[in-house]
Each structure stands twice: as structure tokens, then as C-alpha cells.
Design a binder for this molecule. Sequence first.
Ligand code: NAG
Ligand code: NAG
Ligand code: NAG
Ligand code: NAG
Length: 248
Amino acid sequence: MKGASYLPFLALIPSAICSYFVNFDASNDSLSDASKIGQLNLEAARGDKVSSNQQDLYIKLGADPNGTAALRCHRVKGDIRSEYHALSGKTEKDTTYYIGYQFSLAEIQKSLMIWQFKEYEANKDGGANIPLAMEIVNGQLQFQYQASSDSKREAQWSTDVTANTVYSVGIVINTSSPGWVQLYWNGDLQGFSSIEGKSNLTATTFPGRADPKFGAYRGEEVDIDTYIYKIQIGTEINDIASAADLDL
Ligand SMILES: *[C@@H]1O[C@H](CO)[C@@H](O)[C@H](O)[C@H]1NC(C)=O
Ligand SMILES: *[C@@H]1O[C@H](CO)[C@@H](O)[C@H](O)[C@H]1NC(C)=O
Ligand SMILES: *[C@@H]1O[C@H](CO)[C@@H](O)[C@H](O)[C@H]1NC(C)=O
Ligand SMILES: *[C@@H]1O[C@H](CO)[C@@H](O)[C@H](O)[C@H]1NC(C)=O
């Protein structure tokens, strides 16, 4: 297991070594430094960015309501964002990223987005603003794909979710043009509705440069707490076995 800070050295070593861009585990003292996930993104009202944790708006290591170690993403009503932005400026095209994410939600709130693959360069130039996302719509968690700036985010998959329940997701993203996406939910590979239940969605995942974000965005009509137990980002499926709860 390697922290992101070891990657410059790993780059010199020929492949086949399990390496992580991010390996966060709230329950493991040696992996629970949240600052290694990436940049803290806090926003009170839209546009009112906050540079560090506040009493009412923060992401801190703590515990979920059951006392299990977790990174708590906390916002009061009206606040819009408590997210970690991973791999900021470091994602690349023609790559396959494996992303594992274990979380629970205190509120199942309309429009709450708990994960994004957010575009930063081509979104002012025809590219989708958020090529991939996980968002609560009609009480369900959707996995969404937005093909371009002219299209809406379309649900490709959805599931019922309940508050105070631990879920494990695995997202595989190939950033070629076009690229492709796969989704694992609680350890099982999922089918996408737009391709008749097949599991490999051809998609423009990386219009210019898109990066992954974790936590809570939108759904600002109520107080929001989301809890992150694990995040793993790597270059092969084995890298996310723990966070995506895969039985490999
Ligand atoms: C915690 O993480 C370290 C580093 O990856 C690993 O060697 C160790 O086995 C982990 N501890 C537990 C209890 O899982
Ligand atoms: C990404 O997918 C394309 C085909 O969609 C494939 O040619 C390419 O090898 C993949 N890249 C990686 C790094 O997996
Ligand atoms: C908290 O514990 C209850 C009772 O065991 C369980 O049903 C629930 O899933 C747990 N919640 C989390 C987030 O682990
Ligand atoms: C998904 O499909 C593309 C071709 O469209 C292929 O290159 C890629 O290997 C597939 N991915 C997986 C995981 O099967």
C-alpha cells in the first residue's frame, strides 16, 4: 500500500505494483489523513467559498451516528458544498481510473450529489459540465452521464437508498475519446439502463479534463451530513477491493 506521496518514486518502477493515487480509510490510523484525498472544497451560499473548516461547514475525521470512524461532511441548511476534490489537475486522458467509495448518508435529500467527475477545461467549450455524477433524484440514488453541454445529466442506473446505511461503490472510468464507464454497487457489477442492462457504457468521460469529487454538493434545503469511510483511487481493480467491497 502506497500513499500518493510515493507516486513519484513508483513512476520509476515498471508496472504491476499496486499503487494508489488516494487510499483513505477513516478506521486505519495510517490511512486516515483526509488532506491526502485532495483539496478541501467548502462553499456556504453559492459562490461564497470558505477556505477552511467552520463550525457549521466542515469535513472532519470523526464518527458516524453509530460511532464508526468516518470522515464527516457537515453542512447546515443553505450551505451548498462540502467536498474533497481529488487528483486536482492531475487526471489524464487515455487512462483507466478505478475509484472505490464507501459512504453513508444522514439525509436522502433531493438534488444531493455525493460524487462527481467534474469537467474543468472543456465545460465552457461544449463539453459536459459534469460528465458523471451520483445524485439523489426522487428519493433514489442515480448514476448519471452527461454527454455534452447541450445534454442533460441522464440517469443510467438508480437504486433505493436509506439513511444511516453503509454503501460501497466502485466506478471504473476510461478517459479515452470516447471512453467508457463501469459501475459496481455493494460489490456487484451493475447494468446501465440506456444500453439494455449491459455494464460497459461508452461515454465522453473526459471532454477536456475531469476530476473526481467526494462528499456533498447541492441539496441545500436541509442540514446535510454525509459520512465517508473509505476512498481508493488506483489503476487496477485490485486497488479498490476494500472501498468498493469487491470479492476478487
Ligand atoms: C492499515 O493500513 C496499513 C497501510 O496500508 C496496512 O499495512 C495495515 O494492515 C492496515 N491496518 C489494518 C488494521 O487494516
Ligand atoms: C481506454 O479504452 C480504450 C478503448 O475504449 C482502450 O483502447 C484503451 O486501451 C483504454 N485505456 C486504458 C489505459 O485502459
Ligand atoms: C447503525 O447500526 C444499525 C443497527 O445495527 C444498522 O442498522 C445501521 O445500518 C448502522 N448504520 C451505519 C451507517 O453503519
Ligand atoms: C469497454 O468497451 C471498450 C470498447 O468500447 C473496450 O475497449 C473496453 O475494454 C471495455 N471495458 C471493459 C472493462 O470490458
